[in-house]
Design a protein around this ligand. Structure first.
Ligand code: S3P
Length: 175
């Protein structure tokens, strides 16, 4: 891809669906580039003193989205970090516009089967924990979100790749 602006001094945002590897790849990329890494959900949870499932339970998705948008508005101003927002962040409010304006936005994509394997059966993702049919819910959410994800400056398909391979591709794309 040739559309990405220079990454000098600008944050890099890794967006994509749950299970796409944003946090894993984000940590590797930040290490490699000698940058700080921000896992937005970890910061939201740390600031709130509650886990993401607890926040969904007590404040609802709307409350979580307000926290997410407020924190992201701060983080975009923090300079050349690597930032991994949660999978829904670029699909709500003006979060994506803020990221596109502030830095380089990379979409990590993954096939549905791979997403389902990576997210497993756990309760840590409230949007999927409640679903009777996880595959159907992943497909529904993905269909609703893909237009947002596609606005990223560049996309790296992570399907079938180990984290080290995704990192190598990403570094190539960013070069
Ligand atoms: C969400 C994804 C989660 C977390 C929250 C909502 C979403 O982050 O922000 O559960 O709307 O897709 P991950 O993408 O890191 O799982």
């Amino acid at each position: 891809m040739t559309r990405s602006p220079s990454i000098e001094d600008r944050p890099i945002f890794l967006i994509g669906f749950m299970g796409a590897g944003k946090s894993t790849i984000g940590r590797l990329l930040a290490d490699r580039l000698g940058r700080a890494f921000v896992d937005l959900d970890e910061r939201i949870a740390g600031d709130a003193g509650a886990t993401i499932p607890e926040l969904f339970a007590t404040e609802g998705e709307a409350g979580f989205r307000r926290r997410e948008a407020a924190l992201l508005a701060e983080v975009v101003k923090e300079g050349a970090q690597v930032v991994a927002p949660g999978g829904g962040a670029p699909c709500h409010g003006d979060n994506l516009e803020r990221m596109l304006a502030a830095g380089v936005v990379v979409h990590l994509s993954a096939a549905v089967d791979e997403i389902l394997t990576r997210v497993g059966e756990g309760e840590s993702r409230p949007l999927l924990a409640r679903a009777r049919d996880r595959r159907a819910e992943v497909e529904r959410l993905l269909a609703a979100r893909v237009a947002h994800y596609r606005r990223a400056h560049l996309t790296v398909d992570t399907s079938g790749l180990r984290p080290s391979q995704v990192l190598a591709r990403l570094l190539e794309e960013l070069a």
